[in-house]
Design a protein around this ligand. Structure first.
Ligand SMILES: C[S@@+](CC[C@H](N)C(=O)[O-])C[C@H]1O[C@@H](n2cnc3c(N)ncnc32)[C@H](O)[C@@H]1O
Length: 243
């Protein structure tokens, strides 16, 4: 029932309609707003490496870490097939140590919401800072409490022609800000379940963690815009620079 286990071989198919290309362009827009032109990128919680591959094809040097061994297995398999030299490691964002530094780090698709313990997330911010050269960029997105309150995870696609059919139901606790999503999948004639747990970290918590880890120039945006966070934003992007 752990998350990102059985779904890993089907993740790219499940995400086939996710606008990763637009996300990559938005990332580069945010970098331009930081006035930075990094070459070596670290993908924190890289999953199957969909974004890492896009950036590698554009000429960046890439590394990616992810907690899920099955997701990294997929990422490595794809990189080998596409002849892309990307360093992928199974590692926890709260404790990783790659022994190298990068010009920029990013984490997309609400990956950091999966680190539900704020102490662990604070550790992850420190680990990212340790892996950046001074002046390096750190950009990530987060789902908001508003997204969980308005049931963004209650989704289903059980149409016959869909390769990966699914039914997801979220249970949000406004006090703890934690949502537990029961996910049920049907694929290739088989059936399995995963439980995904996320926390809606508050803006103040995030700013405090970033400052404590040695980041400055902290900005938050309503995702895919350059507008400040709107009350009803379901996702925010943060940009920060390692001091
Ligand atoms: C929704 S997926 C997003 C993957 C990828 N960033 C993308 O855009 O497709 C979230 C990922 O975060 C990873 N993850 C969750 N907690 C983690 C942690 N503590 N350290 C590293 N990776 C983690 C999961 O294994 C999963 O691959």
């Amino acid at each position: 029932m752990a998350s990102f286990g059985p779904i890993a071989p089907h993740y790219d198919s499940l995400m086939s309609l996710v606008p990763y290309k637009m996300w990559a362009s938005y990332y580069q827009l945010l970098l331009a707003h930081q006035d930075l032109r990094p070459r070596r990128l670290l993908d924190v919680c890289c999953g199957t490496g969909i974004l890492a591959e896009q950036f590698a094809r554009e000429g960046y040097t890439l590394a990616g870490i992810d907690l899920s061994a099955p997701m990294i297995e997929e990422a490595r398999r794809k990189a080998e097939r596409h002849h892309l030299a990307i360093r992928y490691e199974v590692a926890d964002a709260a404790t990783f140590d790659l022994g190298e530094r990068f010009d920029a780090a990013y984490s997309f698709f609400d990956s950091l919401n999966y680190i539900v313990d704020p102490t662990q997330l604070a550790e992850a911010m420190h680990r990212v800072a340790e892996h950046l050269t001074p002046g390096g960029s750190w950009i990530f997105d987060l789902n908001t409490a508003y997204a969980f309150e308005t049931k963004m995870f209650d989704q289903q696609d059980t149409r016959n022609k869909t390769a990966v059919k699914y039914n997801w139901v979220g249970d949000y606790n406004a006090e703890t800000r934690v949502i537990e999503v029961a996910m049920e999948f049907w694929v290739d004639g088989g059936h399995f379940r995963e439980i995904h747990v996320q926390r809606a970290h508050s803006h103040d918590e995030i700013v405090e963690m970033l400052e404590d880890a040695g980041f400055g120039a902290i900005r938050a945006y309503s995702s895919y815009t350059l507008d400040p966070p709107r009350k009803k934003a379901d996702r925010l992007h943060y940009t920060a620079i390692r001091i």
